[in-house]
Design a protein around this ligand. Structure first.
Ligand code: UD2
Ligand code: MN
Length: 569
């Protein structure tokens, strides 16, 4: 028995080795029709006629683990053609001095980044099925816009080179660098020796928002692609995004953002099950795709709808960008613009998605390596306040509750943005919450204490059970407990006691009982100036005025059903 098992294992092993060798041979076989270059490009990347190193992959669950990684041959897709650019002298012009803290200037390990060089092999982190997705042969080209303020030369250069090396050159119209008043103008200027690279320099620090708008303003392609200045794009990152935007110009699309370690610059695959979300303080976070959507995803190459984007890496049609009002250029330096753009896109007729077959690496940092002229906190508050004031309607109250320090801070005029919102005829924030982000929990309504006034009289308790109308006895913040009511839907309460009906029929008395939110006899909702009992549909009525209140058919225009809550300050 044991012998048979051993033989079976040996046979399987030999078959596996032979299979592998055959696979490698197939993969290395010279392609027969170089003339068919770029007839159809697949996300697999190598169009016909290109030389490839052998590759073998293990497919496990939804991950692809290449054992032998393909190295893009120089000039893949016709790049990199770095022209007259002298890379060595560019990089050596700025290098870490012995003994310097490698994290100090950029909040990542500069020494490690410098050591890596500008071209390196990274793992293709896409799901293996992405390699067989095909794209239109006539995808539009794009202008890539990269803004930066004092970026490290080695990361900036690697961002640019990865774009030139890993993208079919016909798809890159130009790379527009916006130097946001970095200390050394040459960081940007010298890079224009690389074909397709343009450089704009701000004459003063503008921040990433106005810098991007400036870059977009000079872009000559019909599609804009924004990147941070410390990215590395992965195999065939651009085609899935151009395809989606070409099909529908109102889509704004992002890649999955992989992680480049800030310590050793390892390129790490990010989870493919995440989308962008936020809490009421307008703090961005990655969150799991809701379970129902996850279950419904049979095809891992399909787009993921996202309520917000992280902000730095996305592709958008240029006329759609302009039509929707670009960015709020009164936002400064960094932060908040991703919410403003995301709300605007969804509420004004577009959509946001993450494309799992597009991967771009980014160095996520723990702190900002640059200064904020007005201070980091104030700037974030100003920017997010502008987003909340323009787009969040009555829900902005939850932003202020979650970020009390925002109250009273200046945020400039928003009249232009409000006019834009009216002109574009955008949906309400409530629509956004219901249709795009129903998972965002709306905080419980805060308990409000008030008097319930009717004419000159107030609803009051007599002892623990009975109720009636009495002369209002208080002023300012000082009111007797017997006349103080707290409205927390569906309850109308006074400490631990709640307004309850005795029976469900018209004319039934109303009295006080220990609160129990599950008891149908205690549930009320406002109906104009009246309070309607939820189950019976009848309204709280003070007739006859001498006795306890009752419930009767709702006629909120009746004085005896009209309760005027008067907030206590
Ligand atoms: C994330 C976004 C970033 C932006 C930000 C919110 C990603 C990968 N990154 O922050 O793009 O949406 O959230 O605002 O989604 N920069 C300037 N001028 C400045 C400050 C920054 O040009 O005054 C540049 C900077 O060099 C970089 C880009 O703006 O290229 C984004 O800044 P970051 O990398 O510090 O922001 P990050 O990735 O923490
Ligand atoms: Mn960044």
């Amino acid at each position: 028995m044991r012998r048979i098992r051993a033989n079976a294992i040996a046979i399987l092993t030999v078959a596996w080795i032979l299979g592998t060798l055959y696979y490698l041979w197939q993969d290395n076989k010279p392609h027969t029709s170089p003339s068919s270059v770029s007839q159809t490009r697949t996300a697999g990347g190598r169009s016909h006629g290109q030389r490839a190193v052998g590759r073998m992959e293990i497919h496990r669950d939804d991950r692809t683990i290449p054992l032998i990684v393909t190295r893009p041959p120089r000039g893949e897709h016709g790049g990199p053609q770095t022209g007259q650019f002298d890379e060595k002298s560019y990089l050596s012009g700025k290098q870490l001095k012995a003994g310097d803290d490698p994290y100090r200037e950029h909040a990542f390990n500069l020494q490690e980044s410098d050591r890596l060089g500008s071209e390196r092999t990274i793992r293709d982190t896409r799901h293996y099925r992405c390699a067989s997705v095909s794209f239109d042969p006539d995808l539009p080209s794009t202008s890539v816009i990269i803004t930066f303020h004092n970026e490290a030369r080695s990361t900036l250069l690697r961002t640019i080179k990865s774009v030139l090396l890993r993208t079919p050159s016909s798809l890159i119209q130009e790379i527009i660098l916006v130097d946001d008043f970095s200390t050394d103008p040459e960081d940007c200027q010298l890079l224009t020796q690389i074909p397709k690279v343009r450089c704009l320099r701000n004459e003063r620090r503008e921040g990433l928002i106005r810098s991007r708008v400036r870059g977009a303003g000079v872009a000559s392609a019909s599609i804009l692609t924004f990147l941070d200045s410390h990215c590395e794009v992965n195999t065939d990152w651009l085609q899935p995004m151009l395809q989606r935007v070409k099909e529908d110009h109102t889509r704004v699309v992002s890649p999955i953002i992989d992680v480049i370690s800030l310590d050793n610059f390892a390129y790490l695959a990010a989870s493919a099950d995440l989308r962008g979300g936020f809490d009421w303080s307008l703090h961005f976070k990655w969150e799991q795709i809701p379970i129902e959507q996850k279950m419904a995803r049979t095809d891992p190459t399909q787009p993921i709808r996202t309520p917000v984007i992280a902000g730095g890496i996305f592709v958008m049609d240029k006329s759609w960008f302009n039509h929707l009002g670009q960015y709020d250029t009164h936002m400064d330096i960094w932060g908040g613009e991703n919410f403003e753009l995301s709300f605007r896109v969804w509420m004004c007729g577009g959509s946001l998605e993450i494309l799992p077959c597009s991967r771009v690496g980014h160095v996520f940092r723990k702190r900002h390596p640059y200064d904020f002229p007005e201070g980091n906190a104030l700037t974030y508050i100003k920017n997010t306040r502008r987003a909340a004031e323009v787009w969040m309607d009555e829900y902005k109250q939850y932003y202020y509750s979650a970020r009390p320090s925002a109250q009273g801070k200046s945020f400039g005029s928003i009249s232009d943005r409000l006019a834009l919102r009216r002109k574009l005829n955008c949906n309400s924030f409530r629509w956004y919450l219901e249709n795009v982000y129903p998972e965002l929990k709306i905080p419980e309504q805060e308990a409000v204490s008030s008097m319930l006034k009717q004419g000159g009289l107030c609803l009051e308790t007599h002892g623990t059970e009975s109720l009636g109308l009495g002369e209002c006895k208080g002023s300012g913040a000082i009111w007797p407990q017997s006349q103080k009511w707290t409205l927390v839907e569906p309850l109308i309460r006074q400490q631990d006691l709640c307004l309850a009906i005795a029976a469900f029929s018209s004319g039934s008395k109303v009295r006080m009982e220990p609160c129990n939110p599950k008891d149908g006899r205690q549930k009320w909702k406002p109906k104009g100036p009246a309070f309607q009992h939820l189950v019976s549909g009848l309204c709280l009525d003070s007739q006859p005025p001498a006795g306890p209140p009752i419930i009767s058919q709702c006629r909120p225009q009746l004085a005896s059903q009209s309760w005027e809550p008067q907030l206590l300050t």
